[in-house]
Design a protein around this ligand. Structure first.
Ligand code: SF4
Ligand code: SF4
Length: 176
């Protein structure tokens, strides 16, 4: 059996685990597919569907996020940067991707002040073309941190309740 890469992305407001994304991007890059080609989003969706289930109502969200990811991949690789699957590490013995601790930003409330980006020690946020902040790397968020929420005057940032972390203790959930 082939070992496919595994990567978590934040799509449509929820984490999604995807198999074979690095292999797909490598194949598209090797075929010299321009990151702005109009057929790219459809091609990515076809490729991702070979190893993953994408619910129909979520296709547009997947297209947006995966096209942006391929554009980053293309930029990095064309610039000679080594492209490797990201390792988010572990927390209390669990792979970081299994801990649902990260901010959620309300686009309606965000005024684009950028304070969250200033206070965050990681590269969790990015400002989008609409002048709103988006969460682009949820699993870089430090488990237990809440800095950005406190810095956001319009209260556009939600963080999970700390009690969520009580269910993850030293590699074993209570009751398991
Ligand atoms: S601090 Fe709040 S309002 Fe300011 S950019 Fe971040 S999310 Fe938006
Ligand atoms: S909680 Fe902390 S680490 Fe996580 S996004 Fe906010 S400032 Fe960054």
């Amino acid at each position: 059996m082939t070992n496919l890469s595994y990567r978590m992305l934040y799509i449509g407001g929820a984490p999604a685990g995807l198999l074979g994304l690095e292999e797909l991007f490598d194949a598209l890059y090797t075929a010299d597919l321009d990151p702005n080609h109009e057929e790219l989003p459809a091609q990515i969706i076809r490729g991702v569907r070979q190893h993953n289930f994408i619910p129909k109502p979520a296709v547009a969200d997947y297209q947006d996020v995966l096209t942006r990811e391929y554009q980053k991949y293309y930029r990095d690789r064309s610039g000679g940067k080594a492209v490797v699957a990201r390792d988010y590490g572990h927390w209390q013995g669990f792979p970081r991707e299994q801990i649902p601790w990260f901010p959620v930003v309300s686009a309606d409330l965000c005024d684009g002040c950028g304070k969250c980006i200033e206070v965050c020690p990681k590269e969790v946020f990015e400002m989008n073309e609409d002048g709103k902040v988006e969460v682009v790397e949820p699993f870089l968020c430090i488990v237990g941190c809440c800095f950005c929420k406190g810095a956001c005057d319009p209260k556009a940032i939600l963080m999970p309740d700390r009690s969520l972390l009580d269910t993850f203790t030293h590699g074993q959930r209570p009751g398991t």
